[in-house]
Design a protein around this ligand. Structure first.
Ligand SMILES: C[S@@+](CC[C@H](N)C(=O)[O-])C[C@H]1O[C@@H](n2cnc3c(N)ncnc32)[C@H](O)[C@@H]1O
Ligand code: SF4
Ligand code: SF4
Length: 307
């Protein structure tokens, strides 16, 4: 009931995204973020990112529930912007799904969600991370991770998005976080814009191969900590990666929900938005899902621990 005694309008239904089943989806619960990371795909011009929190909590909860039932969504990845900006909404919406998970920048603390995966992003050792994520961010995230109750049942993983620019720091990063109370360290590689030539993107996948091999070596050196699968990493090498991208991308089975004009859900080309260069896609989840597809298993792109 509103203050004037009138009843609030019932929440509207989501747009029609067809009838296809999507076992997994992601939702940008807000376009707001307290950081301005240099590599972030969310704020690219071609993406729906201008409308800020125009969809209220009740409408978002209702629409997520309708979409869950329409498309058979089981896994839901809560993303943003920074999802913890709307943490009450995220915690309420998680209960709608069988397999909810969160990816966060960690600066608002680490949410306690027993049994669920929380991926915390850091992009290198302190200096390199802060050059990307902002001054003091590495220390804040470390404090949040060390300060949390490790026995609460939340699965916490760190994730480094590896670009050409921060790639020299991957070994030092793993070294620095090796004694942190986390369940693993994951990595994913940069997804560039179409035609992008920048310090972040490798011009060719051949140039990226050397870094993929270094991640394989890290997996060998830290088999329990580094949550990457060597067979998946092999599929990322330049002689094979072309077989698993674009039309054949297994991540296209995931429904990406961005909030567009007027606070209405929009489906983008893929999870990484509308302006992406599939030919140089470095999304680990693409190749991990491809490996599972080959093996006849079904991981779901947000499978905890990513093996
Ligand atoms: C877009 S952020 C949103 C959630 C939260 N704000 C965070 O930083 O974790 C989700 C993840 O995407 C990664 N990411 C951002 N831009 C990327 C890009 N162009 N290629 C690959 N990963 C990227 C981030 O590093 C982060 O791990
Ligand atoms: S914290 Fe996340 S959403 Fe915010 S700018 Fe960085 S990568 Fe993008
Ligand atoms: S950019 Fe990557 S995740 Fe997106 S459709 Fe292309 S191959 Fe798939």
């Amino acid at each position: 009931m509103a203050i004037d005694g009138s009843r609030a309008a019932p929440p509207t239904d989501p747009p029609d995204f067809g009838t296809r089943e999507f076992p997994a989806a992601l939702v940008n619960v807000t376009n707001r973020c307290n950081l301005k990371c240099t590599h972030c795909f969310v704020y690219r011009d071609a993406n729906p990112n201008a409308s800020v929190d125009k969809m209220n909590d009740a409408t978002m909860l209702h629409q997520l529930e309708v979409l869950r039932d329409r498309h058979g969504i089981k896994s839901m990845l809560f993303m943003g912007g920074e999802p913890m900006v709307r943490h009450r909404l995220v915690l309420a919406a998680m209960s709608l799904f069988e397999d909810p998970s969160i990816v966060t920048n960690g600066t608002y603390g680490i949410p306690s969600v027993p049994g669920c995966l929380v991926t915390v992003s850091l992009d290198g050792p302190p200096e390199e991370n802060d050059a990307i994520r902002g001054q003091g961010v590495f220390d804040r995230v470390e404090q949040a991770i060390r300060g949390r109750d490790r026995g609460d049942g939340t699965i916490v993983m760190l994730q480094m998005a590896i670009t050409k620019e921060n790639s020299p720091g991957i070994e030092r990063f793993v070294d620095v976080v090796a004694d942190w109370p986390v369940d693993g360290v994951a990595c994913t590689f940069y997804v560039p814009r179409k035609g992008e030539r920048s310090d972040l993107a490798w011009d060719t996948n051949q140039e990226r191969d050397e870094v993929v091999e270094r991640v394989m070596a890290l997996k060998e050196a830290y088999p329990d900590l580094v949550r990457a699968n060597v067979a998946t990493l092999r599929l990322m090498k330049s002689d094979q990666c072309g077989d698993h991208i674009d039309d054949r991308c297994a991540l296209k089975a995931m429904l990406p929900l961005y909030v567009g004009d007027g606070g209405v859900f929009e489906r983008t080309f893929c999870c990484y938005g509308n302006d992406v260069d599939c030919n140089r896609c470095g999304a680990y989840a693409v190749f991990n899902a491809a490996r599972h597809r080959r093996q006849g298993s079904t991981p779901g792109p947000t499978t905890p621990l990513r093996d």
